[in-house]
Write a protein that binds this ligand. Structure first.
Ligand code: HSE
Length: 432
């Protein structure tokens, strides 16, 4: 029976899970793959550190370069989650025709083009199922199961930490800070939690999904990203009154002329839509293809076991690729889709929350500005105020308009004397 050697770089939470489950399910993998997988080296920062898994000292090295120099290693698993060193390891492995497995979403989002150009030059695959949505096999679904589809849209809850925070703000009426603290204590947040709450982590994943769906590496500076840091419990409560849940969504779409849009922002999701019921640390993606129609994926987007499952599926695919070389190297570039549309041109519906003085003429002034800019109001709500002249919230649901139109309106509305604080806007998605 053929044997393939694995070099594992990184023994953090996910690395330890991969090690544990590869050993535990060794016989199952051998039966299914018709080959054996042997971990031959494990690169770590500190060999003396106590780990939850028992790795023989003879396998440990502090030099990731050792994985490249070892001819008995055919599969390099990069789980260091760093920048230069991870890129050095991946490019070095590709040059030596070792198959790469990585979950490094930030690196792929930034260097995907370079990595896959090298992979093409050396005809050596790179697999990255663990980079998006943990245990949900969304990469393989888009790459393989939907290979005969034009992807029309992907709507994804792809950051578990922010979904956890929003769920707690919605269901337990916690403040943002309280909910973030709970998420960190539960171990869901990134080492740098600002990436979870400012949309950065979801943006990395959205770039990877969009690039895979449309065949070119979408530059980070062409996508729109807004986080959840400035959401308040009152926005979440008002959204509920209108029949919506607030979710941080990655939204990826193509249009008839094969332009694409990629954005990450808090979104009002109708409470009847299935994504509105995805709570806690869970991830979910609704993918629509021109052949398959609507599909839905749900599961754990983070955590040791779910992410290990994704890495091990890539290791199995790597072994398969070593047995029979393939044309698909993990990413299939093509030129059928064009550039990413700027946010200003993108149309959406909107929720607006204004703090206004309760006086005659206030609504008329606001409605006047919206009317002049051809922006329609679909619903309006002002909780009853006790005293005329007091400051009250005014909630407006807005019909489809471009970002350019709505920003223009917000700027003008914000200058009105009857408007007491900067207006707050959240986009609304109806999935039509
Ligand atoms: N911090 C990420 C999340 C982990 O919360 O989804 C998985 O990428």
């Amino acid at each position: 029976m053929q044997q393939f050697g694995i070099g594992l770089a990184g023994m953090g939470n996910v690395g330890a899970g991969v090690y544990k489950h590869l050993v535990q399910n060794r016989a199952l993998l051998r039966e299914r793959l018709g080959c054996t997988l042997e971990i031959r080296k494990v690169a770590v920062r500190d060999p003396a550190r106590v780990r939850p898994v028992d790795v023989p000292a003879s396998l440990l090295t502090t030099r990731w370069e050792d994985l490249l120099d070892d001819p008995s290693i055919q599969i390099v698993v990069e789980l260091m989650g760093r920048k230069e060193e991870s890129l050095g390891l991946i490019l070095g492995a590709i040059e030596r025709k070792k198959v790469v497995v990585t979950g490094n979403k930030a690196l792929l989002a930034e260097h995907g083009k370079e990595i896959f150009e090298a992979a093409t030059t050396h005809a050596s695959p790179v697999f990255f199922e663990a980079a998006v949505a943990g245990g949900i096999p969304i990469i393989k679904a888009i790459r393989e199961a939907f290979i005969g589809n034009h992807i029309q849209s992907i709507h994804g809850i792809i950051n578990g930490t922010s979904n956890y925070i929003l769920s707690r703000m919605t269901d337990a009426e916690m403040s943002f800070d309280e909910a973030l603290r709970e998420a960190q204590e539960a171990g869901y947040a990134e080492a740098d939690p600002s990436l979870d709450v400012n949309g950065g982590d979801a943006a990395h994943k959205a770039i990877i999904l969009a690039s895979l769906a449309y065949g070119f590496w979408v530059p980070a500076d062409r996508i729109f990203v807004e986080g959840i840091e400035s959401l308040t419990t009152s926005d979440i409560r008002f959204a509920k009154q209108f029949g919506y849940r607030v979710k941080l969504l990655g939204i990826i779409k193509s249009d008839e002329s094969r332009g694409i849009e990629v954005r990450v922002h808090p979104t009002l999701v109708p409470e009847k839509h299935v994504l509105a019921s995805v709570n806690g640390v869970f991830n979910a993606l609704a993918v629509k293809g021109d052949v398959v129609g609507e599909t839905l994926f749900y599961g754990r987007g983070a955590g040791q076991d779910a992410t290990s499952s994704a890495v091990i599926s890539d290791i199995a695919e790597a072994a398969d690729a070593l047995v029979s070389p393939r044309r698909n190297l993990g990413f299939m570039p093509h030129g059928l889709y064009g550039a990413c549309r700027p946010i200003d041109d993108i149309e959406s519906e909107y929720y607006l929350r204004l703090s206004v003085e309760d006086r005659p003429g206030t609504i008329a002034q606001i409605a006047g500005i919206l009317g002049e800019l051809s922006i329609g109001i679909s619903s309006i709500l002002q909780p009853e105020s006790e005293d005329e002249g007091s400051t009250v919230p005014l909630l407006l649901m807005i019909h489809r308009a471009t970002n350019r139109q709505i920003q223009n309106a917000l700027q003008r509305i914000g200058l009105l004397a009857c408007v007491k604080k900067p207006p707050r806007m959240i986009r609304v998605e109806h999935f039509s």
